[in-house]
Design a protein around this ligand. Structure first.
Ligand SMILES: [Zn+2]
Length: 351
């Protein structure tokens, strides 16, 4: 990517416990990047700098504000020699950040805010937002699909950003991830079913934060390139082991379904319901564990979602506490999903 396409400006707000506590990130360098919008249409970078530099009555802040004219870090992020500090951009009592990344966002992530609305040129602001997130992914070797949650994803009961601002410009979070991925590696084209695989190819190989890891994370496992069967070729997949399909439903899909139901998110609940059905179908069983006439190939997007949402974070969590077995299990589960969806050829040997 072009690392000098835009200038990152730095003008830090003064240290105060409710905005900039001056504490280093628990993880040292940022572990992931939360995509926010300011929820304040028409207000640009400068107004947010002034607001957070004088905010008294509540705890809130974010690291970086981006509008159509500038990218401004108001709290150190680590993109320069100033070490990354904490800011208060995701409420502590939500758990998605802990489940996905093993940390509270405030302790481990950068908060990146898109300014929008009013006289702010969406396309210009969005371009800078995409570039900055790609810059961060490049600097810390993070894969956009795995490491750029939106605030809404982390706090769905209370928040609608940055999806809300993206929508005002005709974009979705999925578009954002695809655009960041494309910014990272301009030669990579991203299609809906291949986004995950392309993202892996686009992620920078250098500067891995854990050079001694014994196995690759699930998201970085070998994905065949240039070997996609033509549309006329017969399906090439290995049915999921029934026990694995059921375990994935129990461990991940059913809790997500229940959480979506509890939050009245009917569309998401329906999505997770279908995901469970598809997982069982890929193992050739129905809800009552009766055998189907044949196993059905898992959608690639289903496999990628399971890996993105749950298995890769599980791998990282296991690695962080030295749980080799746990890491290997997540890795193997991810590869089984790849086999069941045709992301890996059926000739691939599982060890
Ligand atoms: Zn937010």
């Amino acid at each position: 990517m072009n690392l000098t396409a835009y200038t990152i400006e730095r003008r830090y707000i003064s240290k105060r416990s409710n905005t900039r506590p001056g504490l280093r990130l628990t993880t040292g360098v940022p572990a992931f990047f939360v995509a926010h919008d300011t929820g304040n249409p028409g207000a640009g970078v400068e107004s947010h700098y002034r607001y957070f530099n004088t905010l008294q009555d509540r705890s809130a802040s974010a690291h970086t504000f981006i509008d159509d004219k500038q990218i401004l870090e108001i709290i150190p992020t680590g993109t320069s020699s100033d070490p990354a500090e904490k800011s208060w951009h995701v409420i502590y009592n939500v758990t998605t950040d802990n489940e996905r990344f093993g940390y509270n966002a405030n302790d481990a992530a950068l908060g990146v805010e898109l300014c929008y609305g009013g006289s702010i040129d969406f396309a210009e602001a969005y371009r800078r937002f995409v570039w900055y997130l790609a810059f961060c992914c490049h600097k810390w070797s993070r894969e956009p699909r795995l490491f750029i949650p939106s605030h809404k994803q982390l706090d769905p009961a209370r928040k609608i950003d940055c999806d809300h601002a993206l929508k005002s410009g005709g974009r979705t979070l999925k578009d954002l991830i695809a655009d960041v991925t494309a910014e990272l590696g301009n030669s990579v084209s991203v299609s809906p079913t291949q986004a995950g695989a392309s993202a892996q190819q686009a992620s920078p190989p250098a500067a891995s934060p854990s050079p001694t890891r014994p196995s690759a994370p699930p998201d970085a496992a070998a994905t065949p390139t240039g070997s996609q069967p033509s549309s006329a070729a017969k399906p090439d997949f290995v049915p999921l082991p029934a026990e694995l399909a059921l375990a994935l439903v129990e461990d991940y899909v059913r809790p997500a379904w229940a959480a979506a139901r509890a939050a009245n998110q009917e569309v998401e609940a329906e999505h997770f319901h279908r995901l469970a059905v598809n997982l069982r179908s890929a193992a050739g069983i129905d809800e009552a564990r009766r055998s189907l006439p044949a196993a059905v190939q898992l959608h690639k997007s289903n496999a990628q979602e399971l890996i993105f949402r749950w298995l890769s974070p599980a791998w990282y969590r296991a690695k962080a506490i030295g749980d080799i077995q746990g890491a290997d299990l997540a890795h193997e589960r991810a590869n089984r999903l790849r086999l069941a969806s045709g992301l890996l050829p059926s000739s691939t040997r599982m060890t």
